[in-house]
Design a binder for this molecule. Structure first.
Ligand code: PRP
Ligand code: ZN
Ligand code: MG
Length: 223
């Protein structure tokens, strides 16, 4: 067992730059080789594992890595998915971070008349977040069909695959460009730092204890 602390971060996407910037601001130095999955810190016994954001919750919950920087949207979807399949879904939330803000929303084509939530009844809704969408539909007594897509959700209505979509919105540019209008916000998200729920070695725990106040300091300075 290595005593290097492993942290999973998103390889490329909305959280990548700010995840690395946060670690850098905390004094954790490393250089990224784009072709490599793992980046070794040159200042601390820390390894960064650069993966798809969707893989981060599982890697942390299964103890493959010690820490993960991930969006709450991806985290909650993975947690619900594990609960649905009777798999242990435990982790320790360490810090909510001040980046990666977005919302998971239901949007419909501009030309569709939409008065209220009840209009979703009978619709096919395309999403990459089936668990979060199903929970929302159930909580609100809506009978809709969930169409699971791993990407290009915003083109599903035009392609005739769905009547509405449920996807992440940050600036709204993607919806706008695809003739869609945001109607219901079902989940609000930001980045989170999470830890595996097992007890770590003293060395690793000491490193986390040193890292957390630095993160707090960086976040405080941003305010
Ligand atoms: C999300 C979403 C939209 C886009 C919305 O994808 O799927 O494509 O961001 O952002 P906007 O409102 O600013 O246009 P993203 O690439 O962040 O996530 P993913 O890579 O996990 O699909
Ligand atoms: Zn993703
Ligand atoms: Mg996308």
């Amino acid at each position: 067992m290595t005593n290097r602390l492993t942290i999973a971060i998103q390889k490329s996407g909305r959280l990548s730059k700010e995840s690395m910037a946060l670690l850098n601001a905390c004094g954790v130095k490393f250089s990224i080789n784009e072709a490599r999955l793992i980046a070794h810190s040159t200042s601390h016994p820390i390894d960064l594992l650069r993966v798809r954001d969707d893989d981060i919750p599982g890697l942390v919950m299964d103890g493959v890595v010690d820490l993960g920087l991930v969006g709450e949207n991806v985290l909650e979807e993975a947690r619900l998915e594990r609960i649905a399949s009777d798999t242990a879904a435990v982790f320790q939330p360490l810090r909510a971070l001040e980046f990666g803000q977005c919302r998971l929303s239901i949007a419909v084509p501009r030309e569709l008349s939409y008065q209220s939530q009840a209009d979703l009844d009978g619709m096919r809704i395309a999403t990459t977040y089936p668990q979060l969408l199903k929970r929302y539909l159930k909580d609100n007594g809506i009978n809709a069909r969930v169409v699971m897509l791993t990407g290009s959700v915003e083109v599903a209505p035009r392609a005739g695959l769905a009547d509405a979509i449920c996807d992440l919105v940050s600036t709204g540019a993607t919806l706008e460009a695809n003739g869609l209008v945001e109607k219901e916000v079902i989940f609000r998200s930001q980045a989170q730092l999470i830890q595996n729920s097992e007890t770590l070695s003293d060395e690793k725990q000491a490193m986390i204890d040193q890292l957390l106040p630095r993160i707090d300091g960086v976040q405080m300075a941003k305010e």
